[in-house]
Design a protein around this ligand. Structure first.
Ligand SMILES: NC(=O)c1ccc[n+]([C@@H]2O[C@H](COP(=O)([O-])OP(=O)(O)OC[C@H]3O[C@@H](n4cnc5c(N)ncnc54)[C@H](O)[C@@H]3O)[C@@H](O)[C@H]2O)c1
Length: 276
């Protein structure tokens, strides 16, 4: 893919799924890649695959919720490669359960990783991206950042928050005349481990939910998702929809407005197991 050769790209949550595919596609496109994850095994696999391609790679354990560590990490990446051009704030977790039965700690955990992880990554790297003269922040939201569904209140809150944060940042970078592009990504169902790694509220069957996701909802491969995301980055798109499902949901929710909230519960009750 054109436009990435010699760029330094940072990918969080690069040990699995979309993050792993993004890192490998970036490496194939000639980027130097800084990868991180909390999962050492997955991260080692990504590192091996990048090295096999011949990409320059820096691999570190990083928990995106640890703000001070993130700041030190950003400085370390900039020092290692001499510059940083792109950050893909990708690390994320899922949690299923109606708000009524979700514990505060469950909601906070999702916000910590899926929202604050993105804030920590963006703010830690922003000075380096500005200094590079050619920066790009790529934040991974979700279709669940475009519309809400029952049982995903915490995840919806985090992904809507990522969208608001990212859309504001794009406008701010333009107004401030900073050389930093900003893209918000909304994947539909992608065939990754996200649902299998997910937790659930007490009484909600997480494994049944994961099976439903794997069999009925996940339709796009992570490799295809990575190609779509990088194409959107190359074109400096404000919003990238990943998968036909994402495109359809986007059109439907924009067309019917808040009316989607009376239709979705009926569809979800047929598609997915109970979340309460
Ligand atoms: N798979 C989908 O259908 C889908 C749809 C929309 C959005 N997304 C988003 O895409 C992103 C990637 O998810 P995926 O589907 O590839 O899932 P995945 O579970 O395959 O990969 C997520 C990675 O993030 C890492 N991670 C989790 N918590 C972390 C933390 N605190 N610090 C650092 N790393 C952490 C995990 O170890 C894992 O390697 C997430 O933000 C997710 O919300 C996924």
């Amino acid at each position: 893919m054109q436009g990435f050769a010699g760029k330094v790209a940072v990918v969080t949550g690069a040990g699995s799924g979309i993050g792993q595919a993004l890192a490998i596609e970036l490496g194939r496109s000639g980027a130097h890649v800084a990868i991180s994850d909390v999962d050492a095994e997955g991260l080692a696999t990504t590192e091996e695959r990048l090295k096999a391609i011949g990409a320059q790679v820096k691999s570190d354990r990083l928990d995106v919720t640890e703000r001070e560590a993130f700041q030190l990490y950003a400085d370390g990446v900039a020092e290692h490669f001499g510059k940083v051009n792109q950050i893909y704030n990708n690390a994320g977790i899922a949690f299923t359960g109606d708000i009524e039965i979700s514990q505060y700690k469950d909601i906070e955990r999702v916000m910590d990783v899926d929202f604050w992880g993105v804030v920590n990554g963006t703010k830690s790297f922003l000075p380096h991206l500005i200094a590079s003269g050619d920066g790009h922040v790529v934040n991974i939201s979700s279709v669940f950042g475009l519309f809400a569904v029952p049982g995903q209140g915490a995840y919806n809150a985090a992904k809507f928050a990522v969208r608001g944060f990212t859309e504001a940042l794009r406008q701010e970078m333009t107004l401030a005349k900073h050389p930093v592009k900003v893209t918000c990504v909304h994947p539909g169902g992608i065939k990754t481990a996200i649902a299998r790694n997910a937790t659930a509220a007490e009484g909600v069957d997480a494994s049944e939910m994961a099976q439903t996701f794997d069999k009925k909802l996940a339709s796009t491969t992570p490799e295809k998702a990575a190609k779509i995301i990088l194409d959107g980055v190359r074109k400096n798109k404000a919003k990238v929809l990943v998968g036909t499902d994402a495109k359809i949901f986007d059109i439907v929710t924009r067309t019917v407005g808040a009316g989607y909230q009376s239709v979705l519960p009926k569809i979800m009750s047929k598609l997915a197991p109970p979340t309460h």
